[in-house]
Design a protein around this ligand. Sequence first.
Ligand code: NAD
Length: 313
Amino acid sequence: MILDGKALSDRIKAELTAQTTAFTAQTGVTPCLATILVGEDPASAVYVRSKRRSCAKIGYESRHHHLPADTTQADLLQLVHDLNADDAVHGILVQLPLPKSIDADAIIDAIALHKDVDGFHPRSVGHLALKKPGFAPCTPAGIMRLLQESGIELSGKRAVVIGRSAIVGLPAVLMLTHADATVTVAHSRTTRADLEDLVRKADVVVAAVGRPEFVPGAWIKPGAVVIDVGINRVPNPADPDNPRGMLVGDVEFAAAAERASWITPVPGGVGPMTIAMLMTNTLVAARRAAGLVAFGRSGNQPPEPDRRSDGRS
Ligand code: NAD
């Protein structure tokens, strides 16, 4: 069966819309997400546009800061500090990747913990690792929500996560571990033979590599759950002249779908869930800022506000 991230994300956004109407009526506050885009990377611009569209649809304010590619580290830091100090802003999203001239870690470190709706701040990651309340990175949080809403049992199941990036693979390992799966992580130094062995034995496969159809469908254990995080643009054989090509995942979909019990499509699987989790985190941040008790699942609850006098965390 298809794990329909688009349908679930639409449902979550509809719920957030209703919750936002009630929240704003109660507090007079409109949740606000500040987005920062540096440079002209077209893919990043598409991602930010789509996040801002979701904000508008739900009823959040979105404040966009589009800075030139030659923005200095100091100027970008200053903007983050200003947004930290602005009580009308509840969440801050710095679209990655940043230009090479900027130290992305220093920028992420500067985001106030209670506005870190992307969950990339090292302390947010620490909170996740220790199972403390905090913002979880949106892509793996979306995966977990999709699994949970589909009634997929993880306890005692063998999961393999392919990829160990800070934004997808590593937090997915943590979350699946917290959900009592037996988790193995494969990465760029894992041999192809070991990878095949791990995938063939896995009840749950999470592929987050960024290589088109990297996992052959024939490797999937019959009945396994396949979560394909990869987004890869390749030429479209049915429309070879179209320069936009088509999107495929990291798993060979058709062959994997014949063996899997559940599988996410690309597009329409994990991608929309990522945005739904960002939107969820933004409302959580606004509710916390308004002094209301956080709602939602433990993985997506924010940390206690942790403001220094200069507004930095
Ligand atoms: P990344 O490049 O940071 O990490 C890729 C990971 O793949 C690395 O940890 C690396 O160790 C691993 N890897 C590389 N070669 C491998 C090999 N031969 N065998 C096993 N592992 C190998 O990428 P990322 O940011 O984690 O993203 C991964 C993919 O997911 C990309 O296609 C990206 O576009 C996509 N993505 C999708 C969403 C979404 O919302 N759907 C969000 C983030 C990323």
